[in-house]
Design a protein around this ligand. Structure first.
Ligand SMILES: *[C@@H]1O[C@H](CO)[C@@H](O)[C@H](O)[C@H]1NC(C)=O
Length: 153
């Protein structure tokens, strides 16, 4: 299992740059996606690891830091928030599959607000090393695959 050793070494490097030590047990207790509900004004962002190896990821806004997490292939994780009235809510993540490392603005209110062409209230993304793809909230189709971003904010 040379690949497992490689992954573990990479995770240790990632964690060394963070003050928080993240364990798999904590990751297993990540909140489940909130059921869509008419009386919940929050927007939910759902991430899927569409890669074939574990995904090390780190999502944040300028105010919130979800810390470094690990998701197994086929795994899911989500978070929710109330989009701001001024329209400037921004969340961005880094994603790593072994040594492939990418950045993506996972929720950019000016792009993703409900009224936009790919707007969503439940914003679901399949992340693969080749790039992110949005799962259409209404049709369930994966037909929106923008490029990775070159910076977080
Ligand atoms: C909306 O999201 C916030 C932040 O996660 C959470 O504290 C709050 O309980 C959520 N509201 C509802 C109605 O679920």
């Amino acid at each position: 299992m040379g690949s497992l050793k490689e992954l573990v070494a990479f995770i240790i490097i990632m964690c060394a740059t963070s003050v928080t030590t993240m364990t798999l047990a904590q990751n297993a207790m990540a909140p489940a996606p909130a059921p869509p509900s008419a009386d919940n004004p929050n927007t939910t962002v759902v991430l899927h690891n569409g890669g074939s190896v574990p995904m090390v990821f780190h999502c944040m806004s300028l105010e919130v830091d979800f810390k470094t997490r690990i998701m197994m292939p086929g795994g899911t994780w989500s978070f929710e928030f109330l989009p701001s009235v001024s329209g400037d809510t921004k969340y961005a993540c880094s994603f790593a599959w072994r040594l492939k490392y990418h950045l993506f603005r996972i929720y950019w209110q000016s792009r993703d607000q409900v009224s936009g062409p790919h707007g969503c209230k439940r914003c679901e993304w399949k992340l693969r090393p080749e790039g992110p793809c949005q799962i259409n909230e209404k049709t369930g189709k994966i037909d929106h695959c923008p490029p990775w971003d070159s910076q977080l904010f």
